[in-house]
Design a protein around this ligand. Structure first.
Ligand SMILES: Nc1ncnc2c1ncn2[C@@H]1O[C@H](COP(=O)(O)OP(=O)(O)OP(=O)(O)O)[C@@H](O)[C@H]1O
Length: 261
């Protein structure tokens, strides 16, 4: 199957310093791809490039078979949605209104007629019904992040890009959000998420991309990438991986040898 998003030879520098070295990325329908890597590896920059919010120095990006830049803003907004690392605080708007912003690209289309139904379904799916009328500036960090995720859900795009979507969420909401991200992939969307929680990344990813200093140092199935020696080297700290005897999944945790300290 053709990728929904295909980037080739993508590179990007800031003030002459390469942040992304030439690399290729393919996002396929039905797949949750998780990008991991240390602070400063270039994960957010890569997502901004794939989203089209930052222009690469070189390389090509195709979205749904056409150059990314050839789509108009509303067309692109109906094809791909982006949840930024810093979910901007929309002054004065309620949670429901922020979720409604996700429907903006669908205005003046037949699908736009169903907005109320979609917004209600999204509020229910994300457990935000009780906060629908609250002004977003009064929300906690995690509630704000859940609202930003709900807005992306309301956008109903074939490609979904999430930059650290659960960083501020408690474990219950992080798990339910990642579960929804996986369900979006199962519905046939291409989902890419940047995650710092390596155990969650291993649990939810269909494919992992490990980024280090602007280069993809490994990508593939979880068992191929989530290896102790590789992760320990890239992150510069000992990381253990093992197979969970109950479900056979790869588990990941930092080695915490308190006795030696
Ligand atoms: N405006 C800028 N000026 C200078 N350097 C920048 C600028 N923006 C980003 N960088 C650098 O580019 C590199 C990649 O940043 P990026 O935010 O993509 O990393 P990241 O992998 O998402 O990191 P984190 O895990 O900390 O969020 C970092 O070294 C960062 O300091």
């Amino acid at each position: 199957m053709n990728p929904l998003l295909q980037a080739e030879n993508l590179s990007y520098s800031i003030k002459g310093k390469p942040v992304i070295h030439p690399l290729d990325v393919r996002l396929r329908a039905g797949e949750l791809c998780v990008v991991i890597g240390p602070n400063g590896a270039g994960k957010s920059t890569l997502l901004s490039l794939l989203a089209g919010s930052v222009r690469p120095d070189a390389g090509s990006i195709e979205l749904a078979g056409k150059p990314l830049r050839s789509w108009g803003a509303a067309q692109a907004g109906r094809l791909r949605s982006v949840m930024d690392q810093d979910s901007h605080v929309a002054f004065g708007f309620s949670v429901a209104e922020v979720v409604r912003f996700g429907r903006t690209p669908w205005r003046h289309t037949p699908q736009g007629a169903d907005d109320e139904h979609i917004i209600n379904a999204v509020l229910a799916r994300t457990g935000l019904h009780g906060l629908a009328g609250r002004t977003v500036t009064t929300l906690s960090g995690g509630e704000r992040q859940r609202t930003a995720f709900a807005r992306v859900l309301a956008q109903q795009t074939r490609v979904v890009m999430l930059d650290e979507p659960v960083a501020a969420m408690d474990i219950k909401h992080a798990e339910s959000t990642l579960g929804i991200a996986r369900d979006l992939a199962r519905e046939g969307r291409a989902v890419v998420a940047v995650l710092h929680d390596l155990d969650a990344a291993a649990a939810y990813a269909d494919r992992l991309i490990l980024l280090d200093a602007g280069r993809i140092v490994a990508q593939g199935a979880v068992a191929e990438v989530a290896r102790s020696a590789l992760l320990s080297e890239v992150y510069g700290t000992r990381i253990d991986t093992w197979i969970d005897p109950v479900d056979g999944r790869v588990r990941v945790a930092p080695a915490r040898n308190f006795a030696r300290r």
